[in-house]
Design a protein around this ligand. Structure first.
Ligand SMILES: [Zn+2]
Length: 251
C-alpha cells in the first residue's frame, strides 16, 4: 500500500533527474506523477516513467505558458498515441497572469487549446491536472463542461470558486506554500482531506527555505497540512495517497 505520493513534479526540469528519482526512492515516497509542460517535456516524462516503472507515472500535456509556442496538434497526437502509458492529461489549463496573456484574443486562444486537451481527456476517460492561475472561474467552467475528473493544482484563488470546484467533484492540491502562504492555508482549511492531493510542483523556489524544492519536500507539505488541520501526519499522507491512487487510477 502506498503511503506518500507526490502528485505533481516537473522531473525533466531538474539538471539530473536520475539523482532526484534515486533520492525520492530512498526517502518515504512511494510514487510520483511526472507532469509534462510541453510536447518535448511530456516525451521526457514518458521516457523517465518507462525507466522507473511502478514509481514514476507520466501525465502528458502542455502548460499554459507554452501553449502559444508549442505545436498543439502534435502534442494532442502524442497523447492519443500514448494513452496506455500515461495516467492523466496535464499540466494543462489557463493562466491570465502572464503579460503575454493580457489581450482578449490570446485568452480566447488559451481557452480553445485548454478545451482541446480537455476533450481528449474526456474522450479517453483520463483525469486531468489543471493549472488555473488568475483564470479560476474560466478553468472550472471549461473543465466542468468537458465532464472530466481532475485536480486543481496549487489552487490559490477565491474561496467561492473553490467551493464550486469542490461541488463539481474536483480534487485540489496542497503544495509547500501551505507552510508560508496565508492564501494557501485559507484554501486548505476549506478542502476536506478526502479531496486533497499533496505535491511539490518541484523544482520550484521555496521562499521560506531559500532553495529549490525536490519531491522529498512532499513530506513538509504533509506536515504543514497535518498541523493546519489538527491531524496526524500519517493520516494526511495515507488519505492523500489514496486520493491520488483513486484519481490517477494507479495500478
Ligand atoms: Zn506544475
Amino acid at each position: 500500500m502506498r503511503r506518500l505520493i507526490d502528485s505533481h513534479v516537473h522531473m525533466e526540469s531538474f539538471d539530473d533527474p536520475e539523482t532526484v528519482v534515486q533520492r525520492s526512492k530512498d526517502s518515504d515516497i512511494d510514487a510520483i506523477i511526472c507532469v509534462g509542460g510541453s510536447l518535448s517535456s511530456s516525451k521526457i516524462a514518458k521516457r523517465l516513467a518507462t525507466e522507473h516503472p511502478g514509481f514514476l507515472y507520466p501525465a502528458l500535456g502542455v502548460h499554459p505558458s507554452e501553449v502559444l509556442k508549442d505545436d498543439i496538434e502534435a502534442a494532442i497526437t502524442y497523447i492519443r498515441e500514448n494513452l496506455d502509458s500515461c495516467v492523466a492529461v496535464g499540466e494543462i489549463g489557463l493562466d491570465y497572469a502572464y503579460s503575454f496573456a493580457k489581450p482578449k484574443d490570446v485568452r480566447a486562444r488559451m481557452r480553445d487549446i485548454f478545451s482541446m486537451f480537455l476533450d481528449v481527456a474526456a474522450e479517453f476517460d483520463l483525469p486531468t491536472s489543471i493549472h488555473s492561475r488568475s483564470a479560476y472561474k474560466d478553468s472550472l467552467e471549461l473543465a466542468a463542461k468537458a465532464g472530466v475528473e481532475g485536480v486543481f493544482h496549487w489552487y490559490d484563488g477565491p474561496l467561492h470558486t473553490l467551493k464550486a470546484i469542490l461541488d463539481a467533484g474536483f480534487y485540489v492540491s496542497a503544495t509547500p506554500s501551505v507552510a508560508y502562504s496565508k492564501g494557501a492555508r485559507a484554501v486548505m482549511a476549506e478542502v476536506p482531506l478526502e479531496r486533497v492531493l499533496v505535491e511539490t510542483d518541484s523544482p520550484v523556489y521555496l521562499r521560506n527555505l531559500d532553495r529549490k524544492s525536490t519531491p522529498v519536500d512532499v513530506g513538509l507539505v504533509v506536515e504543514s497540512l497535518a498541523e493546519l488541520k489538527g491531524l496526524e501526519a500519517s493520516e494526511v499522507s495515507m488519505v492523500t495517497a489514496r486520493n491520488a491512487e483513486r484519481l490517477f487510477r494507479l495500478p
